[in-house]
Design a protein around this ligand. Structure first.
Ligand SMILES: [Zn+2]
Length: 489
C-alpha cells in the first residue's frame, strides 16, 4: 500500500508535528516526487489546504501523518497504478475535502475555486523613471517642449489593475503577495559589482543603471519586489492549486544584463524566477517564452550556454536592442539549440504570429516538454504601441495566452507564470494585458476590444502572412530544423 504524504498549502494550518508549515514544506519527500505527482491528473484544488501524494514504495501505515480510515474515505476508488494518483482525483467528479480539524470528508464545490492568480503591489506604481523630454538640450528649442511621462511610467500597470478590479475579474483570481528578492537570489544572475552600483544609485535617490535603466527614489526596493513577485508566482503554481499566475509587476526585466541595466529594466525578473524555479523547486526543464516586441537579450544572455532553460523569443526584427535576436543565435556550448529566436518583420500581425506559433514555437515546446512555462509578456506588439510596429490586437493576446495554457497543460501540469514586461499604449496595452489575465481565469467576454469595436482593426496586416513574413518564417524553420525533430516532418 502506498504511504500517504501530507503537504500543506500556504501557511494556514499546523503540520502533524505541531509546527506551522510553509508552501513546499511539511513533507520529507524530495521535490521531484511532488512534481511528478502534480504532473499527473491532479487538476482540482480541494480545501482546506491538504494535499496528498502517494509514494508507492512505502506502506502508508508507517507514515503516521493521517488516519488510515481517512485515507479510505478519501480514496474510495483506490489509486491508479500508473500515475499513483487517487482515482477520485483522476475522475474529477468525486472531489472530496479533508477538514484537518475534524478529520471528516465533505463534498467540494469546485466551481468557486480560482485556477488563476495574480501578483500585484501598489508599491509597483511608485517606481518613477521621470519624464521623457522630446527635444534634446542641444536642439534649437532646448529642453522647453512640454515633457511627457516616461514610456515605462506607472500608468500601464495601474490601468491594467483598474480594469481587473472594475470588471470584477479580480474576484476570480487568487491574490499573491510579492516579496523582495534577496541579494543571494539576485546574485544568482547579476554580478556583485552591478548590485553594488544599483545600491549606490538608490542611496543617492536615483540615476541610470545602464542604457535607459532609470532609478528613482526607492526603485531598488521596488525592483526587488518585481523580481520577488515573479518568484512568488512561480512558488504559487508549484504549490498549487492555482496553476496560472499573472505577475503584474514593474519595473520590467528582460533587457537587464548580468552587469548592467538596460531598456527600462533593472533586475532580470524572469531570468531570476527561472533560476529560482530550478534552485528551489528542483526543475530541470524551464521554458521562457518572450513575446515582447523587443528581444529579451538579458534572459537570453542568462541561459545562452544552458540547456536547462529553453529561451524562445518572438520579436520585431532589427529593433531594440541592436545586434540581438537574430534567427541564427541559437545558444552556445551545451546550450546550443536551447535558444530559439524568431525575428519577424515590422508590420507582422495576428496571422504571422499564429503561423510562428503553429509552425515553430508550439512544436518546439511540445518536443522540449517543459516542467514550467514562464512568459515574458510585453504587449508592445499591439497595433497602437509607440515602441513597436506590429499589429496585434486584444484577440491576438487571447489566442497567444490560450496557446501557452494548452502547452502548459500538456507537459507542465498546467504550471504557467506570465510576467509583465513592456507595452506602452496607455489606451490599448491595458486591454491586451487584461485579455491575457482574463484568459488565464477562463473568461473571454468581460471587456470588448476598444479598437475592434469601432471597426479600426480591419487591416490586412492582421490577417495575411505577407511575403516578407513568409521569408522570415522559412529561414527560422530552416535554422531550427537542425535542433528539433518535430520541425523535420
Ligand atoms: Zn518591449
Amino acid at each position: 500500500m502506498p504511504r500517504l504524504v501530507v503537504r500543506y498549502r500556504l501557511t494556514a494550518i499546523p503540520g502533524p508535528d505541531g509546527q506551522r508549515s510553509e508552501p513546499g514544506s511539511g513533507t520529507a519527500e524530495p521535490p521531484e516526487r511532488l512534481v511528478s505527482f502534480r504532473q499527473g491528473e491532479f487538476r482540482q484544488p480541494f480545501r482546506p489546504s491538504l494535499y496528498l501524494a502517494f509514494n508507492p514504495n512505502i506502506d502508508y501505515h508507517d507514515s503516521g501523518d493521517i488516519e488510515p480510515s481517512l485515507l479510505w474515505d478519501m480514496a474510495p476508488g483506490g489509486v491508479d497504478k500508473a500515475s499513483h494518483v487517487p482515482t477520485w482525483l483522476r475522475g474529477r467528479h468525486e472531489e472530496m475535502v479533508c477538514d484537518q480539524e475534524n478529520r471528516t470528508t465533505m463534498s467540494l464545490d469546485s466551481t468557486n475555486i480560482p485556477i488563476a492568480g495574480q501578483v500585484f503591489s501598489h508599491r509597483y506604481l511608485q517606481h518613477n523613471p521621470g519624464f521623457l523630454q522630446i527635444a534634446t538640450p542641444n536642439s534649437p528649442v532646448g529642453p522647453w517642449v512640454d515633457p511627457d511621462l516616461h514610456p515605462s511610467n506607472h500608468r500601464l500597470v495601474m490601468r491594467t489593475q483598474q480594469l481587473v478590479d472594475l470588471s470584477g475579474l479580480g474576484g476570480r483570481l487568487t491574490e499573491f503577495t510579492p516579496r523582495m528578492a534577496t541579494d543571494d537570489e539576485i546574485l544568482a544572475y547579476h554580478s556583485e559589482s552591478y548590485l553594488d552600483r544599483v545600491r549606490a544609485l538608490d542611496a543617492a535617490g536615483g540615476g541610470e543603471a545602464g542604457d535607459g535603466a532609470l532609478l528613482g527614489p526607492g526603485s531598488l526596493e521596488i525592483a526587488r519586489l518585481a523580481a520577488g513577485g515573479v518568484m512568488a508566482a512561480v512558488d504559487a503554481v508549484m504549490a498549487g492549486p492555482v496553476r496560472r499566475v499573472f505577475a503584474n509587476v514593474r519595473p520590467p526585466g528582460h533587457h537587464a544584463m548580468r552587469d548592467r541595466g538596460m531598456g527600462y529594466c533593472i533586475l532580470g525578473n524572469v531570468a531570476l524566477a527561472a533560476l529560482h524555479a530550478r534552485r528551489t523547486h528542483g526543475l530541470s526543464r524551464v521554458l521562457v517564452l518572450d513575446w515582447d516586441v523587443h528581444h529579451g537579450n538579458g534572459t537570453q544572455d542568462a541561459f545562452y550556454g544552458d540547456p536547462g532553460v529553453l529561451f524562445v523569443s518572438v520579436h520585431q526584427d532589427d529593433h531594440y536592442p541592436a545586434g540581438w535576436g537574430a534567427a541564427g543565435d541559437v545558444g552556445e556550448g551545451e546550450g546550443t539549440g536551447f535558444t530559439v529566436n524568431l525575428p519577424l518583420p515590422a508590420g507582422s500581425g495576428n496571422a504571422t504570429y499564429r503561423a510562428a506559433f503553429d509552425r515553430v514555437i508550439l512544436p518546439i515546446i511540445a518536443e522540449y516538454a517543459p516542467e514550467l512555462i514562464i512568459v515574458s509578456a510585453g504587449q508592445d506588439a499591439s497595433v497602437r504601441d509607440s515602441n513597436g510596429r506590429m499589429y496585434l490586437l486584444v484577440d491576438s493576446y487571447r489566442w497567444l495566452t490560450q496557446a501557452v495554457i494548452e502547452a502548459a497543460e500538456t507537459s507542465a501540469g498546467g504550471r504557467l507564470v506570465i510576467a509583465q514586461e513592456g507595452g506602452y499604449s496607455e489606451s490599448y496595452s491595458p486591454y491586451c494585458t487584461f485579455a491575457i489575465i482574463a484568459t488565464l481565469a477562463g473568461e473571454t467576454d468581460l471587456i470588448v476590444d476598444p479598437i475592434a469595436a469601432r471597426g479600426h482593426a480591419r487591416n490586412t496586416t492582421s490577417t495575411v502572412v505577407n511575403a516578407a513574413a513568409e521569408e522570415a518564417l522559412a529561414s527560422i524553420e530552416n535554422v531550427q530544423r537542425e535542433y528539433w525533430s518535430m520541425l523535420r516532418g
